[in-house]
Design a protein around this ligand. Sequence first.
Ligand SMILES: [Ca+2]
Length: 547
Amino acid sequence: MHMHLAPRRVGLASATFALAVAAAALAAGVARAGPRDDVWGAWPKVDATVEAAVLSVCPTKQACDQKDPATGHPFKEGTLQLIVSGSDLHKARDKGHLHGDFQGSVSVPIQIQDIQDLAKDNGIDSITLDEPVHATGSVAPLASALATLYPKVDGATAAWSQGYTGSGIGVAVIDTGAQDLSDFGGRVVHVNVPGSGNSTSAADTQGHGTFVTGVLGGQSSDGKYVGVAPGVTLYEINVAGSDGTAYSSDVIAALGWVQANAAADNIRVVNLSLAESDTSNYTTNALDSAVEVVWQSGVVVVASAGNLGPNTNYFAPGNDPFVITVGALDTNDTASTADDTQASWSSSGFTLDGYAKPELLAPGRHIVSTLPAGTAFAGEAPAANNVAPGYVMANGTSFSAPQVAGAAALVLQKSPSLSPDQVKWLLTHTSRVVPNTPGSAVDIGAALSYTGTVGLANRGITPAPQSVVFKSNGRIDFHLSSAVGSTAASSWNGDVLGNAASSWNAASSWNAASSWNAASSWNAASSWNAASSWNAASSWNAASSWN
Ligand SMILES: [Ca+2]
């Protein structure tokens, strides 16, 4: 008599190195390994996923005798949480503390060295893995628990129900950093960019980056506030100085780190919810050159469109034709997509080089995410926008972009071999038409269920001249022509060390500092100070509209 175990409890109270490795192996799609019977013997009654988990840690019994450096104990003493089923389970019950005790089945941690012996017991019929193994120990997100609309509108909930949360995929967030909230489940990596003018590994005091990160990959303990890809590893690069100022050169240095570390850390996506404030052509803009280098190296680059309304897609990096530029969808606060529109303030139109932007829309109005009290951003929020302690509602394409970054991570978890051009093709070709607007909205469910041949976006586009070169020795070379806009190109010419912070920051000609403080640059800031763009919180009809 076997009971169906549902719902499965997720979480690794007793996570071991072995489990983490097994999880990684499983996530990578490890199937039943080759014949190991000569070493391990047969695996009667043992599910293939259990066998694969064991073999990923202990390919041979001899290897299993080695000490796990993480625990100091032999690998064979590592445990797997297993469901053991059968008519007489006393042997399984004797193995350890029961996690679940059911008629016909028990869930119990079993040491690797005991699994085969256990399977030989006549009273036992089968041994399977309990719980999908998340290295982060997060609870599987559920659409039914959400207090926000945007993950449903994006189709992220469809991905979760198929088991895709972005687990194993690294996403770089170049912003104001992030705080170590429990919502991020230990998945935040604070990146130190050597030689940067700012302390790039500093925690977020501004709040913008923490908000963006929540939209991308947060998950509140009650399941109400869940980002699009709540399993991703979040590589946070804080490019803002202590006063919130950041320069384009800081962003470029951060992109250099991403390019150098993408392969080792499996960083497949970078999110840029920022913009310069001077218009530019992509062919002569250093930031555009930098994002193209990152794109061509295999990392999807997602940029916010900006909040300046029609015919304003003139700013780097969202003006680069290769990257995915994201505008704001207004869901009209309903789950139905029939009444969706492009937000009136979302930047749209053609770049100075004639490319239509944005390529995708994602909800950008009435977005609720993580915003810790005490941050600069939180201090500016009207009281009515504080939806719950630590969760605030705001508007802006800054918060649309990370949804598409999350979408890219979900797609890449399912199909790791896709190139950035393929990811862009897939997300745009499966996007949902938004009535009465030229834009179309990301549809993650449609992207994941697409079964045809995935084409290549960006065909025929001429890359920008490579004015920024990330060299293997950590140096970043700039070779801007003197024709570059209003910038003092001379200060960028030549071979500049990435750690020459003073010379980077001396480039006042970038006018970057002002752009970070100005409304447009954060792509959200206009919403903070202008009451109208908070969309009159009083008209927001409280809890019922969230469900
Ligand atoms: Ca709607």
